[in-house]
Every structure is written in structure tokens, then in C-alpha cells.
Ligand binder design. Structure first.
Ligand code: ADP
Ligand code: ASP
Ligand code: MG
Length: 410
């Protein structure tokens, strides 16, 4: 018997009516002869609502506060698993729900952004052996010490792929509110096109660079354990997008496969720092000690041997990073610290870049033609990212999408 892991995101389980539709889809999968393990997210925008309640309490984040946030945020998924299990029972399908700590999805202790380290599959295997559909809460895990953790926003995808990997499932299907993976966010660029397939490598870049459709860690797991991964809509019957190794994707590769972007960015600059060894570490070690991840870094040395040191962090870390920098700046005798949290990052991604020159210059020309000033640039073998003022994001995405011929043919 084959095994499918199916994951249904927030919009797909937004109401009990939606959950009934999901139950029917699971019923059909079973009728086709597959065992099913289901992972679900919180209903609709429940996790946003819980984040809002946390915001109302208005307490500065600290490790102890992050622990409590996980206790709060993990409640959303608990509601959905029980409702789905009961809905399945109602239509005659034996089912049982499990929280992260009941399965034993073991994670590290990084509250609000924990990583899965191991999964005990015995409870799930028992459930499947008893003929049940096993329903697992996405997004949550448990530490060795029994503390509840969450995997970061969008983390239910990672729960599903990790389960598919340890259970050696035949396919992991991520059901969402769009038909599959598009060339860019179809809610922002009208002409975005749904891709039949995409490589793990490109999908990992797109996801890490802001395409919300898949959690980056999920793609990492799928690639590492070679889990066939498919993104498809829970609202229609199309085949969606297959994400697989380069050997398994057959289409001729275009130069650019997709465009990702994110507003979740903020930029910090320390001005007038002496150009001497150790400056980068003096500035960045206190930032990393506060568990703040640094993304892009730019350092310019001027003729007087002073340097401006600029880097980006997630927007949620902006205030904390700024106050850390203010302390560091006075220690190292810098002139000034400044910040900007109204920036966005846009990236073009494609394995075809390896064999084509001139992609970067074309990108910069398109942005110049739209009078968009690029503030930072970073490149890797298969991607080019730029940072600019947030207000230009849609304009830049549409212009580049058209210029790289990604638009749906009409
Ligand atoms: P779910 O709740 O099902 O996990 P998400 O909201 O996390 O759904 O992800 C789906 C959303 O991702 C889509 O509604 C779409 O707006 C957004 N998105 C961003 N980039 C892409 C892309 N390249 N392809 C498809 N969807 C994308
Ligand atoms: N409910 C969580 C979130 O909204 C996890 C997920 O949906 O993947 O981020
Ligand atoms: Mg998601």
C-alpha cells in the first residue's frame, strides 16, 4: 500500500465547511488505495489572531517570553486536528489526531523558530496499522524536556515533509489556496504562471527569499531526503507543481524560473567606522548573540580609511538590532547609527543563470528604466537579490516579470 502525506494550510481549513471538503478529499485518496497521514494548520488567520493577542500584552521578547509565545501559538493547530478527525469519523473513516508532543516531533529549544531533530513514528505507524487516517498538528514540536515549541511562521509545511521523510511516503502533497508554485506571487503579479515542475534548488532559493508558498526548511528536508513534493490547490483538481531533483524535472530550463520578494526586511548602517581588522565581528557578534540573523552585508571604504557598515535583518528584529548597535557604536567610536525599515528585497532565481551571462545587467537596466534606486545587491550562482525602497516593490516585480518573459502567454 502506498502512503501519502497531505498538508492543508490555513485557508483550506478556514471553516468547518472547508474541513468537510478536506475530509472528502482524504476519503477519495483512501478510495484510490493510499494510506493517508494528514498535517493541518490553524484555521484561517488564527495564528495571526494569536500574534495580535501577544502584541496586546506588549511585553518585550526574551527567552522566557518566547517559551510562552509557543504555548500560545501552538493552540491554533490543536483545534483543527480534532475537528478534522471528528469530521472524518462522521463520514465513516476511522481517524485519530496527534499533537506534536504526542507523536513526539522532537525539536531543539529555539522557541518560535525551532528545528526538527527527530520524529518517533511509532504512534503514527500504530494508527495506520489500525486502518486510521492519522491527523498531526503542523508547526509544533516538543523538546527533550517536554517544552512545546513552534517551527516559525509557515512551519506546517516542514512538519509534513519531515513526516513524509521519516515515514518514507510516496509523495508529500501540500494543499494550499493557489494552484501550485507560480513564477511569482500570483496575488501581486497578474500574469504569473503556474509551473508544472521546479527543481529543489530553485524552490529552496525562492522559499528562502520570501515566496511564502513553501516554508524553506520544508524544501531543505525534501531535497535532503529526496521526498517527492507537490504543491496543489485544495479548491480545484489540477496537478499542481512537482518539486524534484534536476534529474527528475524534464522541462527545458528558462534562464529565470521565478521572482521572490519580501517586505520583511530592515537595514541598519554604522557610519564612520575605522577601517581596521575586527570591525565586522565587533559589530555583528552582539547582534548574533541576541539570536538576530543578519542577511545582506555591505561595507564601503572611503579615501580617509573610514568605512560605512550596512546590513539587513528581519523587520521584527529592527528595534532590538538598532538599540544593540547604538551601544556598539559608542564603544568603537563610530559617527552615527541609522536605520530604515521601509525597504524590500526582490530576487530573481534560475539555474539557467549558470550558463547565461548578462542576467544581472538586464535586471539592473529594467530597474533603472523604472527609476528605482538599488540600495544593496547580493548574488549567488543561481540568484540575484536587490534591496530598494518598499514602495517600488510591485512595480519592480511586474517590470522584471515581463522583461524576463515569465508572463503567461495570452
Ligand atoms: P497556506 O496557508 O496554505 O500554507 P500560504 O499563505 O502560506 O498558504 O502560501 C500560499 C500563498 O503564497 C499564496 O496565496 C500566494 O499569495 C503566496 N505566494 C508567494 N509566492 C508564490 C509563488 N511563487 N507561487 C505561489 N504562491 C505564492
Ligand atoms: N499556523 C502557522 C502559521 O500561520 C503555521 C502554518 O500555517 O504553516 O504560520
Ligand atoms: Mg504556508
Amino acid at each position: 500500500m502506498s502512503l501519502y502525506v497531505q498538508k492543508y494550510g490555513g485557508t483550506s481549513v478556514a471553516t468547518t465547511q472547508h474541513i468537510a471538503n478536506v475530509a472528502r478529499r482524504i476519503e477519495r485518496t483512501r478510495a484510490e488505495g493510499h494510506d493517508v497521514v494528514v498535517v493541518v494548520s490553524a484555521m484561517g488567520k488564527e495564528t495571526d489572531r494569536l500574534m495580535g493577542l501577544f502584541g496586546e500584552v506588549n511585553v518585550p521578547t526574551s527567552p522566557d517570553v518566547r517559551r510562552e509565545m509557543d504555548v500560545l501559538l501552538s493552540t491554533g493547530e490543536q483545534v483543527t486536528i480534532s475537528l478534522l478527525a471528528m469530521t472524518l469519523m462522521k463520514i465513516g473513516i476511522p481517524s485519530q489526531s496527534f499533537l506534536g508532543n504526542q507523536v513526539q516531533i522532537l525539536t531543539d529549544d529555539q522557541h518560535t523558530k525551532a528545528r526538527i531533530e527527530a520524529i518517533d513514528t511509532s504512534a503514527i505507524q500504530e494508527g495506520l496499522a489500525a486502518g486510521k487516517v492519522v491527523v498531526v498538528a503542523g508547526f509544533q514540536g516538543v523538546t527533550q524536556d517536554g517544552e512545546i515549541t513552534t517551527l516559525g511562521r509557515g512551519g506546517s509545511d516542514t512538519t509534513a515533509v519531515a513526516l513524509a521523510a521519516v515515514l518514507k511516503a510516496d509523495e508529500c502533497q501540500i494543499y494550499t489556496d493557489v494552484e501550485g508554485v507560480f513564477t511569482t506571487d500570483p496575488r501581486v503579479v497578474e500574469g504569473a504562471r503556474c509551473l508544472k515542475e521546479i527543481t529543489f534548488e530553485e524552490m529552496l532559493e525562492l522559499a528562502s527569499l520570501g515566496s511564502r508558498v513553501l516554508h524553506a526548511r520544508a524544501v531543505e528536508f525534501a531535497s535532503k531526503y529526496q521526498v517527492p513534493l507537490r504543491v496543489l490547490s485544495s479548491f480545484d483538481e489540477s496537478d499542481g507543481t512537482l518539486i524534484a531533483g534536476e534529474d527528475k524535472t524534464s522541462m527545458e530550463q528558462p534562464v529565470i524560473s521565478g521572482i521572490a520578494f519580501t517586505r520583511d526586511e530592515a537595514k541598519l548602517t554604522v557610519r564612520g567606522v575605522r577601517d581596521v581588522p575586527g570591525i565586522a565581528s565587533t559589530i555583528l557578534v552582539p547582534i548574533s548573540n541576541a539570536s538576530i540573523e543578519v542577511d545582506m552585508i555591505v561595507q564601503n571604504v572611503s579615501a580617509d580609511h573610514s568605512t560605512d557598515f550596512t546590513f539587513t535583518v528581519a523587520r521584527g528584529d529592527f528595534e532590538e538590532a538598532l538599540s544593540i548597535l547604538e551601544e556598539v557604536a559608542s564603544e568603537i567610536g563610530a559617527n552615527e547609527v541609522s536605520g530604515d525599515n521601509k525597504i524590500a528585497k526582490l530576487s530573481i532565481v534560475g539555474v539557467g543563470m549558470r550558463s547565461h551571462a548578462g542576467v544581472a545587467s538586464k535586471m539592473f537596466q529594467v530597474l533603472a528604466d523604472e527609476s528605482i534606486n538599488i540600495q544593496m545587491i547580493s548574488t549567488s550562482e543561481i540568484k540575484i537579490s536587490v534591496v530598494f525602497e518598499e514602495k517600488y516593490l510591485e512595480l519592480a516585480a511586474r517590470a522584471l516579470h515581463a522583461a524576463f518573459e515569465l508572463n503567461e502567454a495570452v
